[in-house]
Write a protein that binds this ligand. Sequence first.
Ligand SMILES: Nc1ncnc2c1ncn2[C@@H]1O[C@H](COP(=O)(O)OP(=O)(O)O)[C@@H](O)[C@H]1O
Ligand SMILES: [Mg+2]
Length: 336
Amino acid sequence: MPGAIYAEGLVKTFGDVKALDGVDLDVPEGTVLGLLGPNGAGKTTAVRCLTTLLRPDSGKAVVAGVDVRRHPDTVRRSIGLSGQFAAVDEYLTGRENLQMVGRLYQLRPKAAKARAVELLEQFHLADAADRPAKTYSGGMRRRLDLAAALVVSPPVMFMDEPTTGLDPRNRQQLWEVIKHLVSGGTTLLLTTQYLEEADHLAHDIAVVDHGRVIAKGTSDQLKARTGGERVEVVVHEREHIATAAQVLRGLGKGDTTVEEHTRKLTVPVTGGAKLLAEIIRELDGRGIEIDDIGLRRPTLDDVFLSLTGHVAEAAGPDARDEDDESRPQGGKEAVK
Ligand SMILES: Nc1ncnc2c1ncn2[C@@H]1O[C@H](COP(=O)(O)OP(=O)(O)O)[C@@H](O)[C@H]1O
Ligand SMILES: [Mg+2]
């Protein structure tokens, strides 16, 4: 039986651009799917097709048991959508926005008011409830947007990059809210550019690139495919890069990546801290001075590099946002 969100062979073209090139998805009821991919991968297009905002050229989509192309109105009644195309009215206060959504969904005035109060509390917006939304910070607007999508607790939710552009604290807060939501049994499809976000929130992850799902699995499965943890070493002298690369190739479990201008070398490893100590000993033994060394989990860039042979940023200049410091800067090359 298909899940609460189901897609088969979804295709959508805009002129020459194949935004969706045959996307298949299946999200079991009560679970979270993270649709992970760089800018321009087709995430928003997929969400818009699944939420009836856009008609796919071909393929099938079923949401909450209802065919999206045949009965869009019925689908709309069972879903909530929050994200890049959200409808928060700038000139209304947070409270008014939420009450208005309640009224649109046919709640009685009293019930709409009560629901607004509940949500304002839950989303830490009570203090700002009576200020126009245009005075809200980015994080507050995201929370208001999410609250608006939850006024009538739909069984199936879509969130399109709910935390892009937020600072780490706001991102964490929103994660807590989303976790709370799905613990109540909501089925959720969430798009994101951050592996870490999918990691925290999603049961399953589908990696998309150029309108296709290029990998599927749990976060652990994807990371295992990507080679698990990474050791990152910054050597002091540029002349030592080649020798250090040789050492890492010997001890690592995959291609060593070299960033010449920052003198940074990265290699996938298994064996964690123990191996880290071994690498330090080995480099030390060859007289290579280290500026920095550490163990880190794979990033979206690593997953992409491993799956596609190119880094995620190749998709466009906006592929990262400013508060994200976890992703390495500059060009990288895999050294075989
Ligand atoms: N309305 C549109 N008209 C023309 N091209 C579009 C439109 N919407 C999306 N695209 C193109 O389709 C591709 C996928 O876009 P999108 O689904 O927004 O990606 P994502 O949400 O993953 O960043 C991109 O190349 C984008 O430029
Ligand atoms: Mg998008």
